[in-house]
Design a protein around this ligand. Sequence first.
Ligand SMILES: [Zn+2]
Length: 313
Amino acid sequence: MATNSTGYNNVVGLLNIFPDEGACAQHLEQLRWPDGKVVCQWCESTRKIHRLSRPGIYKCGDCRKEFSVRKGTVYEESRIPLQKWFLATFLMVTSRKGISSCQLAREIGVSQKTAWFVLGRLRKAAAQASSAAGTLPGPVEADESYLGGKNKNRHASQKQPGRGPSGKMAVAGVVSRESKKAVAKKVERTDAATLVPFVEGATVPGSTVYTDDAPMYDALPSMFNRLHHETVNHSAGEYVRGKAHTNGVESFWALLKRGYTGVFHDITWKHLDRYLAEFSQRWNMLGLSSEERIDAILKAGVGERLTYEELTA
Ligand SMILES: [Zn+2]
């Protein structure tokens, strides 16, 4: 096992500790079945599971069928070596703004189409990890923001739904001052009927919510009578009044926008939530070591059974 004291916090350590399919498959197995009981992916038996000589392949003594450690996970239906998945995960979680499919293709030696597929799956894992964090403990900051170019500048075939009057894509976000975690979601509209339920759903009941003085948040306390609401009056030039500021969520938007203009300038409305999950999860893992971040994504990737629709969407 690990002889390198740096673990896999850097790419050399990662390649040393996971030199081949066998080492990677063993690590995925430990993350997927931490109690050591491998579960048959056909009949759910844990009674007599035999490890075959091929890495990550098992045979069930009850139903006599074979299955892989990848079955039912984001790594299913892919012949990409697990080491490339691990490297891609490393690059995604350690780059500040994310990594484009073109760059990933060069880094791990696959086609751009394959890199696109890998990143799509890793975003699903990030979304699982992000949603597992649950509702955010208060106090929180809530805000909305806009991404993208103007719809009127696009060719008719490129015009996208879900764009506001400016033609930009609207996103809503909540950042917890307590846990430092973030939740963000694309929104069709930035009205009270859309934003207030989003904030309420993302936040532990009874929390104080800080927003700017945009009128759509006025309904926060009255609609649900569960959240305390404090505003900072941006329109009057007020940016910080005691605790009433939204610096946390504004830092999150700043990072998202740097990623959008620098790396992912072609994000479409259809895929926007996945990128938001990737950015949120990266934000949520800022306090962790690279090794812990990699394992969080790998574990989320094998942790929950995805439906066929989710896998192929
Ligand atoms: Zn079985």
